[in-house]
Design a binder for this molecule. Structure first.
Ligand code: NAI
Length: 329
């Protein structure tokens, strides 16, 4: 089997090259720096599978090209699959496999990092001290101990976040379509109650038609003043225009975004010489209580190792007719 791994960054190559020798009799991986999109799909000619990531374009026109050049297998090296047109993949007879739970703790630990860094103004303090400014004005934070955390989506990552918040001494509220019975310290409530009672709200549900823009003017209006909001799931869970209105109205103690709408062109790219054409990104960056990172919540050594291992096992499973059904999309 020949796999073309798109959007290959240095850390991707390193983690895959550590593991691929184990599979070299049957599976050969080649790397391409460009991401998968309309213009680059044809490069997959001669490959059986493509390996794609969160910002890859897997819409119908791209899948059609891949199918025409003989690709039968899409290996997502991520958990989310909102960028894949599944109906078209089915129509073209393609198998789509993903890595559902490579390291939930990696993402949850980034979520609490964003909550704490924003709440305690670490991003401002770091710059200030480097400029020999040791003033503390404007750096007052809030204790998390004794406060209420509201976790939206309590699957693998949300559950890890619930445990972290519990460890901080917080009361933990959960909202999920399917409550997690293993979390006996979590009080499940409806979304409105969670929004109204939480001091920290962290989003961990997938992006679906139901969850699209679940954080909007109306739901922001239900939140407590001075709430800390964190999104490490998918950008479009939040209506960014409404979020910006809420930030301007001083609703938030801090906002931490590892994902945001319109991130796709930026994700994992060095664009420091470019003029930022997206006003959403620039406006978000203009607020002192907002921290934006570039979809890096997954990025730990342990997670990269697990991603490469599970992706190669997915390829092998396809090859031998032993697909792990839990990884099929
Ligand atoms: P999971 O499938 O284990 O858990 C998702 C939970 O959300 C489930 O319990 C499900 O019942 C619940 N859910 C689904 N729709 C919902 C809705 N409308 N309202 C409330 N709850 C809902 O998924 P996991 O592994 O915890 O990942 C969650 C999300 O995190 C992924 O979909 C992905 O988008 C994102 N992610 C982000 C990463 C990053 O680097 N920033 C890395 C990995 C995942």
């Amino acid at each position: 089997m020949k796999i073309l791994l798109y959007d290959a960054k240095k850390y991707d190559r390193e983690s895959f090259e550590r593991i691929t020798p184990k599979y070299e009799d049957d599976i050969h991986v080649e790397y391409m720096e460009d991401d998968l999109q309309l213009e680059t799909a044809q490069y997959a000619k001669g490959y059986d599978a493509v390996c794609a990531f969160v910002s890859s374009d897997l819409s119908k026109p791209v899948l059609e090209i891949l199918s025409n050049v003989g690709v039968k297998l899409i290996l997502l090296r991520c958990a989310g699959f909102n960028n894949v047109d599944l109906d078209s993949a089915k129509e073209f007879g393609m198998t789509v496999l993903r890595v559902p739970g490579y390291s939930p703790e990696a993402v949850a630990e980034m979520a609490i990092t964003l909550a704490m860094a924003g709440n305690r103004h670490v991003h401002k303090a770091y710059i200030r001290v480097r400029e020999n400014n040791f003033s503390l004005n404007g750096l007052t934070g809030l204790n998390l101990f004794g406060k209420t955390a509201g976790i939206v989506g309590t699957g693998k990552i949300g559950a890890a976040m619930c445990k972290i918040c519990h460890g901080f001494g917080m009361k933990v509220l959960g909202y999920d379509l399917y409550p997690n019975k293993n979390l006996d310290f979590v009080e499940y409530v409806d979304l409105d109650t969670l929004l109204q009672q939480s001091d920290l709200i962290s989003l961990h549900c997938p992006l679906t038609d139901d969850s699209y823009h679940m954080i909007n003017e109306e739901t922001i209006g239900k939140m407590k003043d001075g709430v800390i909001l964190v999104n490490t799931s998918r950008g479009a869970l939040i209506n960014t225009e409404d979020l910006i209105k809420g930030i301007r109205a001083k609703k938030f103690q801090s906002v931490g975004l590892d994902v945001y709408e319109e991130e796709t062109r930026n994700v994992f790219e060095n664009r420091e010489d470019d003029i930022m054409e997206s006003s959403i990104t620039s406006r978000l960056l203009s607020f002192p209580n907002v921290i934006v990172t570039s979809h890096q919540a997954f990025l730990t050594a342990e997670a990269l190792e697990a991603i490469s291992e599970i992706t190669m096992e997915n390829a092998k499973g396809y090859l031998t007719g032993n697909i792990d059904e839990a990884n099929r999309v």
